[in-house]
Design a protein around this ligand. Structure first.
Ligand code: FAD
Length: 462
């Protein structure tokens, strides 16, 4: 009898797990994937994809408003939340089936059940079955984290529930200043809800470039979103269908829903990690891995959100692919986590890659900033009060473009292409040598000639 039932057991059928399973199976490995909820994981079922569908739906209102300046008269319009949710669910079910089919087509087996470690090589399925695996990949992702318990926390929803609300709330309070909180704030505001964002820090979007943070905040406020910073939610009371949210600054807000999006934790609980000899990273609570995504047990690897490195789908996919090539494809690959482009699908959109101004100034002795803040061509006719921000952060010594930050329509689409240049270590001279494409907003990226600021560290200047 063979020592192992499978060459690879993948725990979690999300973005990273599915990619790893398919590539490993293509390399000839016998693969089993366990998924306890729905194949596709967070991104497909309750993350990037349904969110983007909601974002697209919430933009329609702006298009209708902007149409008047271009001569259109649009009659009575109405919006039906249930149709949006139902059509989104249909699309998600289609994608879920594709994820299962893709694993099976590659020769892998999908088991729709929870799996936990029984010992270093044995996985116990919720069905009772035990599976012996030569290698194990932990790809269990993460989950919303509401933080320390407060009175009334049971009334608070997370992004998971926001995708399935039976009715569109008229008023919603959202605690959080990160991309998930702000994307939902803009979705709900775009659909006509009265939105209040509560954030404990001094400004939203911690970790983003300072100009992006202030520009995005101002733009969201222009769209009617109330953003209260420097305070937190202390308690939530329920009265019938209504909620009262009590804040640390002594004020309170009435709403129809209260949502928290204040962070996510890696799914490590009750996995039996101690039985498998898998250590937790004390700095972030995720599974501790090395540059190959190998855990403290040499035959067990972990990728994606469960390692709490860069919690983004393309990162989980890249890590899963690299793992499978390394372990089963005789092609050792380490993932380079530098210059990961990111977007916030807020209104307006934010796209960013590379270093922020603050990071660049901390790391480089001489930094040039190129910045353009302008009215987009569409708003000259629509009359919408909105402005675009484009910013390049350049190492003045080598002329290399270290970072690019955009707030405005299609920022995410633009930044995907700019990320290639930044990854290739393009210089400002390369940007300048590139023809502008006129008339676009993105042409600003290749036409900004004079730095708006130059920072030279004193010690370096001497
Ligand atoms: C609201 C929201 C919006 C997002 N938007 C974006 C975006 O626009 N762009 C982007 O790049 N990223 C986005 N993300 C992040 C992205 O979804 C994650 O980074 C990505 O899904 C991580 O993939 P993963 O494979 O590590 O884990 P997941 O996709 O979370 O998959 C883990 C899977 O493991 C399963 N599982 C857990 N434990 C077990 C067990 N013991 N047995 C069996 N199965 C188990 C879970 O059910 C889950 O399906 C968003 C996330 C959220 C919540």
């Amino acid at each position: 009898m063979a020592e192992f039932d499978v060459d690879l057991f993948v725990i979690g059928g999300g973005s990273g797990g599915v990619r790893a399973a398919r590539i490993a199976a293509n390399h000839g490995a016998k693969v089993m994937v366990a998924e306890e909820y729905r194949m596709g994981g967070t991104c497909v079922i309750r993350g990037c994809v349904p969110k983007k569908l909601f974002v697209i739906g919430s933009h329609v209102h702006d298009e209708i408003e902007d149409a008047a300046g271009f001569g259109w008269t649009i009659g009575q319009v109405s919006f039906d939340w249930r149709t949006l949710v139902a059509n989104k669910d249909k699309e998600i079910a289609r994608l879920e089936a594709i994820y299962t089919a893709n694993v099976e087509k590659s020769g892998g087996q999908v088991v729709k059940t929870r799996a936990v470690f029984e010992d270093r090589h044995t996985l116990r399925l919720a069905t009772g079955e035990a599976v012996k695996a030569k290698h194990v990949l932990i790809a269990t992702g993460g989950a919303p984290n509401h933080g320390p318990s407060i009175p009334g926390i049971e009334h608070v929803i997370s992004s998971n529930e926001a995708f399935h609300l039976p009715e569109l709330p008229k008023r919603i309070v959202i605690q959080g200043g990160g991309y998930i909180a702000l994307e939902f704030a803009c979705i709900f505001a775009g659909l006509g809800c009265d939105v209040t964002v509560i954030y404990r820090g001094d400004n939203i979007l911690r970790g983003f470039d300072g100009d992006v943070r202030s520009h995005a905040r101002a733009e969201m406020e222009k769209r009617g979103i109330t953003i209260l910073t420097g305070c937190t939610v202390k308690a939530v009371d329920k009265h019938g269908k209504e909620f009262t949210t009590h804040l640390s600054n002594g004020s309170s807000i009435a709403s129809d829903k209260v949502m928290f999006a204040i962070g996510r934790h890696p799914n490590v609980a009750s996995l039996g990690l101690e039985k498998a000899g898998v250590a937790i990273n004390p700095n972030n609570g995720g599974i501790q891995v090395d540059g190959w995504s190998k855990t403290s047990a040499p035959h067990i690897y972990a990728i994606g959100d469960v390692t709490h490195r860069h919690n983004l789908t393309p990162v989980a996919i890249r890590e899963g692919h690299a793992f499978a090539d390394t372990v089963f494809g005789k092609r050792p690959v380490q993932v380079d986590h530098s210059s990961i482009p990111t977007a916030v699908f807020a209104q307006p959109e934010i796209g960013t890659v590379g270093l922020t101004e603050a990071e660049a100034r901390a790391q480089f002795s001489s930094v040039d900033i190129y910045k353009a803040d302008f009215r987009p061509i569409k708003s000259t006719m629509s009359g919408r009060d909105t402005r675009v921000l484009m910013k390049l952060v350049v190492d003045a010594t080598s002329d290399r473009v270290l970072g690019c930050h955009i707030v405005g329509d299609s920022a995410a689409e633009i930044i995907q292409a700019v990320a290639i240049a930044v990854k290739m270590k393009a210089t400002k001279a390369d940007f300048d040598a590139t023809f502008a494409l006129h008339p676009t907003a993105a042409e600003e990226l290749v036409t900004m000639r004079t730095p708006t600021a130059r920072y030279v560290r004193e010690a370096a200047a001497e």
